[in-house]
Design a protein around this ligand. Structure first.
Ligand code: UDX
Length: 436
């Protein structure tokens, strides 16, 4: 008999995990306290944008294997419970807020059947799994708890869940490992590396990976600053160092830096936790990684002022992109939106376009101007800022944009546009880390 699964928390991670596990043939119940979201998911409708997940969700709901509820008692049938709730940055500091993780484990504890396994997937400070396990065993000694961090990227969530580049499980018993191997059997059959770790190491793998990625991005943005000072070109530099396989060419795209719901909060929570553990010094470099990242946003604003004027009140600025990265409607800690908001606060008339994120962006910054059409957004603009590298923007014909915009000035905040093409059409083209 195939195991039955529950997924606690139906946000980005939970919904993806639930739909993917259902697609592997498991009966899955997704639980959340948000009744409106559960109603929407039950109709097979995805509350956010993620390529491929909308159709998968709809298919799995229609298959009858995937159901959603707000009633925690309905998880009683499940053999394995994946905890996928959010761990946002706390309001009063850098640390992660564990309220949702703790309350969701507490909510399912009374319903855990003998031999069942609670599997944490949320990103938590190291030590959380161990303490949650100790608490769980006090009221439910017939159950166990393991940790199985996820590494999914927005825009590739389904792919990263069904074909991950590794599976990491933090377990304290062979039985827990065997149960997890059974669930992931189709994924393992693809040759996916399987790493068994203790609980703290499994938790650390996730934050270490995100810290490394953040470091890579801030490294290249630091090089961009030096290139600007020295008259170099960071895109050529990145290409050249990337050929060394020890460095690799991925995550070396210089620009306005990283945002989103993971990297910024994860490195901050990691620093806060290291300090609690007496290992503050080991992660002090992440303070600089964060600072370089935030400086990239400021540098764009400096270029805007240098190109237009210190006083921005007379200018219309067209911002292309609001999402924190392409193929996503997520605007959490989005560098693009942050820059747009700062320019607006400085008095510029800012109009933002994004193929998917306008609704979310408007909720966060209702006073910004928004436009559903690129043409309308750039019409009459003194300056175009390219801040999220959607494919649509790379495909723009600068000759057509010339007929709409007022000025012929563009700043590429993502180093993704074809500079020669824009220049050939008569545009003044600036990019971070590239000297003209
Ligand atoms: C990240 C991790 O990649 C993923 O493994 C983890 O599970 C969750 O956090 P995600 O937040 O979806 O995933 O975004 P990612 O693709 O990592 O990009 C993060 C940010 O870095 C984006 O704002 C992106 O624009 C920026 N970035 C990325 C760069 O500025 N330069 C790069 O070279 C790569």
């Amino acid at each position: 008999m195939k195991m039955k699964l529950s997924v606690i928390g139906t946000g980005y991670l939970g919904t993806t995990h639930a739909a993917c596990m259902s697609s592997l043939g498991f009966e899955v119940i997704g639980v959340d306290t948000d009744a409106a979201k559960i109603a929407q998911l039950s109709r097979g409708e995805l509350p956010f944008y993620e390529p491929g997940l909308d159709t998968l969700l709809d298919e799995e709901v229609k298959s009858g294997r995937l159901t959603f509820t707000t009633d925690f008692s309905l998880v009683a049938d499940a053999d394995m419970h994946f905890v996928c709730v959010g761990t946002p940055q706390s309001k009063d500091g850098l640390a992660a807020d564990l309220t949702y993780v703790r309350s969701s484990v507490a909510a399912i504890t009374p319903y855990l059947k003998p031999g069942s396994l609670v599997v944490g997937k949320s990103t938590v400070p190291v030590g959380t799994a161990q303490s949650l396990r100790e608490e769980l065993l006090q009221s439910a000694p017939h159950a166990d708890l393991a940790w199985n961090p996820e590494f999914l990227r927005e825009g590739f969530a389904v792919e990263d869940t069904l074909r991950p580049n590794r599976l990491v499980v933090g377990v304290t018993s062979d039985k827990a490992e065997e149960m997890l191997k059974e669930v992931y059997e189709p994924v393992l059959a693809l040759g996916t590396p399987w790493i068994r770790a203790d609980l703290p190491t499994a938790e650390l793998v996730k934050v270490a990976a995100n810290s490394f990625l953040a470091t890579k991005i801030s490294f290249i943005n630091a090089m961009a600053e030096v290139c600007e000072a020295a008259g170099g070109d960071v895109t050529v530099l990145a290409k050249a160092i990337g050929y060394d396989p020890r460095i690799g060419n991925r995550f070396l795209q210089a620009g306005i830096g990283f945002g989103g719901g993971c990297l910024p909060k994860d490195i901050r929570a990691f620093m806060a936790r290291a300090e609690e553990l007496g290992a503050k010094q080991a992660l002090e470099f992440l303070t600089e990684i964060d600072a370089i990242n935030l400086r990239a946003r400021q540098r764009v604003i400096d270029v805007v002022r240098a190109d237009l004027s210190e006083d921005l009140t007379q200018y219309k600025i067209a911002v292309l992109g609001a999402a924190f990265k392409p193929d996503s409607d997520d605007v959490r800690d989005s560098p693009a939106l942050d820059i747009a908001a700062q320019l607006h606060a400085a008095g510029a008339k800012v109009v933002v376009h994004d193929p998917k994120a306008i609704e979310n962006a408007r909720k966060r910054f209702p006073n910004l101007g928004f436009s559903e059409s690129i043409e309308e957004c750039v019409t009459g603009a003194d300056l175009i800022l390219h801040l999220t590298e959607w494919k649509q923007y790379r495909e723009l014909d600068p000759k057509v944009i010339t007929t709409l915009a007022k000025g012929a000035l563009i700043i590429d905040g993502r180093n993704a546009l074809d500079r020669e093409l824009w220049r050939a059409a008569g545009w003044k083209f600036h990019a971070l880390g590239r000297t003209d």
